[in-house]
Write a protein that binds this ligand. Structure first.
Ligand code: SF4
Length: 237
């Protein structure tokens, strides 16, 4: 039987809004489900069925999640005519075994693949072998998730040892950078990108201004949230 993915939304062409590929033209595959429940999550519609997040909205999984055959998903992504596919969530590595055939179909057509993950799953070797790049975003205490849920040492060490992985931390102010530094030191995370928390352009700008000098001083990289600056919290852009 053909494998299926639990999909929230597929959209493009757009641009990658964060991290190492900021501004690159791409298409997005957003998968459903997450093993964490960050209070400020900007995609609660992929997992929050009880209104646990800051928005207080209980989303309907029957509306938000769609079982889609891998081949159909691949065809929809290929039709965008982009060179880069970003697979995000939710937490996409929760479905990583079923992602392998999709990634193989896409890379066979010359596409580059980046997976955004929260760093609590080690990557399937078949995804690594296919050339997927991982953008890992471990969550800090301000996410509201318990430490033992958001920091999985074996997964972080495995991802840190995977070629081409980057680490991206959502931060509010310079105090969060000490927490990042402790994780970087304990697990050998490199390279590091710091991204301001924010779901409006004003919030992103405020946190960015507070963080910038200290991030540069610490030898890390800084990224904005381009999609938020351009489109606010509008979905599927
Ligand atoms: S890990 Fe990501 S998708 Fe999951 S709750 Fe946190 S911010 Fe949302």
């Amino acid at each position: 039987m053909e494998p299926e993915l639990v999909v929230n939304e597929i959209f493009g062409p757009t641009v990658q809004g964060e991290g190492r590929s900021l501004g690159r033209r791409c298409a997005f595959l957003r998968l459903g489900g997450c093993n964490l429940s960050c209070t400020w999550c900007d995609t609660p519609y992929t997992w929050d069925w009880t209104g646990a997040g800051d928005s207080g909205v209980a989303y309907d999984p029957h509306q938000e999640l769609h079982r889609r055959p891998v081949r159909e998903v691949a065809e929809e992504l290929l039709a965008f005519g982009v060179e880069l596919i970003v697979i995000s969530g939710g937490e996409p590595l929760g479905q990583q075994r079923r992602l392998v055939p999709l990634v193989e179909l896409l890379t066979a057509r010359g596409l580059e693949i980046e997976i955004e993950t929260n760093g609590t799953h080690a990557a399937d070797p078949a995804l690594v072998a296919a050339g997927v790049r991982f953008n890992v975003s471990p969550k800090l205490a301000h996410s509201g998730d318990a430490a033992h849920r958001r920091i999985v040492p074996a997964a972080l060490k495995s991802l840190a040892a995977t070629d081409g992985t980057t680490f991206k931390f959502v931060c509010r102010d310079t105090r969060d950078l000490d927490e990042v530094a402790a994780l970087v030191s304990e697990f050998g995370l490199d390279p590091v990108w710091i991204m301001p928390k924010g779901q409006t352009g004003a919030e992103v700008g405020r946190h960015m201004a507070e963080l910038a000098d200290a991030v540069i001083e610490r030898g890390w990289n800084l990224t904005t949230r381009l999609h938020t600056l351009l489109w606010g919290d509008k979905r599927a852009v």
